[in-house]
Design a protein around this ligand. Structure first.
Ligand SMILES: [Zn+2]
Length: 270
């Protein structure tokens, strides 16, 4: 129980760092330097005002100095990260999988919130995720006693990158071909590409971490989540574009936990 509380608190501290990444990565700023400061009055945020959840509540959601409202995103990201750490810990214990999945989940959280705000997914996350996922999974194949190497994880990761990236690229390519070239429809808000390159790279990264089956599953789950939110969005905000990264991320987490069950149900294998 105490270990679970520790993992939860560790997650909230990591979440606090993810907030810095979400704020700075799209601005091409360093995520380690300088120290956090208020975006309005530029005053440095003292350590005691940087405690996850608690500071936000104690400060009433405002900057100590200029009283500028602090985005609810900050405590939200801290909470999501803390809950994610706890979930992975409960399911995988302190294991190599736990390390892989918290790194993976942290990347998804950054991708999600940056995509919501800026409609881009930073290359540090997508391309970085492809490389990191491939390396971490490749390392899983090593067996030290007796020394041997099982390439299955590495192959699965590689297929995940190719199939995950390929499937979404191909969908976008075919859609654009039919919609813009054959049907000669006008560009949507100046765009003639329905699928951004960021989404292609993100699903490739998801495949690198979770393998090809989960990548395909994510590809099929994401549109359902997207459609549900898209309808709500159209009803209330009248904005026709929605970021796709959050749905790929949510689809990936669902795949991570339920891939075997869903695939089993689909193919009647119990
Ligand atoms: Zn301020």
């Amino acid at each position: 129980m105490t270990l679970r509380i520790f993992v939860f608190l560790l997650g909230s501290i990591v979440g606090s760092f993810l907030n810095v990444c979400i704020h700075r990565m799209p601005l091409e700023e360093s995520v380690v330097w300088p120290r956090s400061h208020c975006p309005k009055c530029k005053k440095r945020i003292p350590g005691y005002d940087n405690i996850p959840f608690l500071s936000y509540i104690l400060l009433g959601g405002r900057c100590r100095f200029c009283k500028e409202r602090i985005s609810l995103r900050y405590p939200l990201v801290e909470l999501i990260t803390a809950v994610m750490f706890l979930l992975f810990f409960i399911n995988y214990g302190l294991s190599y999988e736990f390390i892989i999945y918290i790194l993976f989940g942290s990347g998804l959280i950054i991708a999600t919130f940056v995509d919501i705000k800026h409609r881009i997914i930073p290359d540090e996350i997508s391309i970085g995720g492809i490389v990191l996922g491939f390396i971490l999974n490749s390392l899983r194949g090593f067996n030290l006693r007796p020394f041997s190497y099982e390439p299955a994880y590495m192959v699965d990761s590689l297929l995940g990158i190719v199939i995950g990236g390929g499937i979404i690229w191909l969908t976008g390519f075919l859609f654009d071909l039919v919609y813009f070239k054959l049907l000669k429809k006008p560009p949507i808000q100046g765009e003639t590409e329905s699928m951004g390159g960021g989404d292609v790279k993100l699903l490739a990264a998801i495949g690198a971490f979770l393998g090809w089956k989960a990548a395909i599953l994510t590809f099929f789950i994401a549109p359902f989540l997207g459609a549900a939110v898209g309808v709500v969005n159209l009803l209330f905000k009248k904005d026709h574009t929605i970021p796709y990264g959050p749905f790929l991320s949510a689809g990936a987490i669902i795949s991570l936990f339920y891939a075997d069950k869903i695939i089993g149900l689909l193919f009647f294998r119990y």
